[in-house]
Each structure stands twice: as C-alpha cells, then as structure tokens.
Design a protein around this ligand. Structure first.
Ligand SMILES: N[C@@H](CCC(=O)N[C@@H](CS)C(=O)NCC(=O)O)C(=O)O
Length: 203
C-alpha cells in the first residue's frame, strides 16, 4: 500500500492508523510548497489534488479521510479499530465526519488557507479569526465526548486518529485545548505508533 501524504497535513491521521495496524506500507511524500499535489504524476492518481490518498495493493485508489479510515479498520478487523456493532460504527463515523467536515474544513482550512474563503486579502484576518472560532467550538464538543473517557468511544478507534490530527494542528498554531482534549492529545502522543509517525514526518 502507498500512502500519499504531506508532512503535518491531515494525512498524518491515516499515517497513524497504518502504523497502528503495523502491516508494511510505503510513504509517498508530496511537497505542497512545490505544488506537487497539482503535478500530473499525482493528479493521474488523485485528480482531487488532496492527501490523504491511499493506493491499495490491488492498485485501486481511495480518497477522503473517513473512507480510508473506515476501510483500513474494516480490512484489519482483528486490530479492533472500529466497534463491531452498528451503533458503535455510526458513532465513530459521526465523530470522524465532525472532525473532518467541521473542525478541519470549516475551521482550520480558514486559518491555513484564508484565500480559499475570500478574494480580498484585507479580509484574511477576519476569515482566520472565524476559522479559529469554529475549530475551538469543535474542540469544546469533542471535550464533552471525552468526559471520563480515555478515547472518543471509550476504547481506541480510528476516530481518535482523526481527532489527533486536529489536536496536532491546534498545538502547532498554539491554540489552548480544553482539558479532556489536551489529555487525549498527550495520550495519543504517548502511543508508540504516533511517536514513530511524528518522527517519520519530521516532528
Ligand atoms: N475531504 C478531504 C480533505 C483532504 C484535504 O483537505 N487535504 C489537504 C491537506 S490537510 C490537502 O491535500 N490540501 C491540498 C492543498 O491545499 O492544495 C479528506 O477528508 O481527505
């Protein structure tokens, strides 16, 4: 399997899941500063120009964090990275989707890429401030979910890898995480798989 990633991007969450599973995979690094996500060598694989992108052993390509995370968990059931019962699975997807679609796409995307939300550079600071607000509101909700729990669903699951990448971004831009999220982030960082991934991505 090949994982296309950019250091520190949301692909780090999928990288963590692959490391937890422990089967061999190959890292394919994209340099966003050099705009390699738009180069034909990559758009032939993923025309969306986005990471994470997973090329499976049969050559088929999977995109979108939620789809990749769910497939990896289901294809490696013995690792127990998703609950077996329908309600547990739906709760995991609900959490992952909230991280990806709200905290990331509505929140941090405004902070990191204000130009995607306004054509006026004069509005960039306001866009970033709104992004921060959305991300921080998101962490407040995740914090409630983590109340008296080590991980989002109680036991460790792929939903935690999603929350981890958002927490990692909060750390990078120095947002203060609410207490349960801060504890969750520290717990994630203490996992050997996460430590290996951070080192591999240069952090
Ligand atoms: N909805 C996508 C979002 C993926 C995404 O936005 N990835 C960012 C990195 S965090 C990306 O590849 N950006 C490329 C760019 O900004 O040109 C998913 O769930 O995988």
């Amino acid at each position: 399997m090949d994982l296309y990633y950019a250091p520190g991007a949301c692909s780090i969450g999928i990288h963590v899941i692959l490391a937890e599973i422990g089967k061999p995979y190959t890292l394919k690094k994209l340099d966003f500063a050099a705009r390699q996500q738009f180069a034909p060598e990559f758009t032939r694989i993923n025309p969306k120009s986005k990471v994470p992108t997973l090329v499976r052993d049969d050559g088929s390509v999977l995109t979108e964090f939620t789809a990749i995370a769910t497939w990896l968990a289901r294809a490696n059931r013995h690792k127990h990275l998703l609950p077996e019962d329908l309600d547990g699975q739906i709760r995991a997807l609900e959490l992952i989707d909230y991280v990806v679609a709200t905290i990331h796409m509505q929140g941090f995307s405004r902070v990191f890429r204000p130009g995607n939300f306004t054509t006026s550079t004069a509005e960039h600071d306001a866009v970033k401030a709104r992004g921060r607000e959305i991300a921080e509101q998101g962490f407040v909700l995740m914090d409630r979910t983590l109340d008296r729990r080590d991980y989002l669903l109680g036991g460790y699951s792929v939903a935690d890898a999603a929350l981890f990448y958002a927490e990692f971004w909060a750390d990078r831009v120095q947002y203060r995480l609410p207490a349960n999220c801060a504890a969750h982030y520290a717990r994630m960082r203490s996992r050997p798989a996460v430590q290996g991934v951070l080192a591999a991505e240069g952090y």
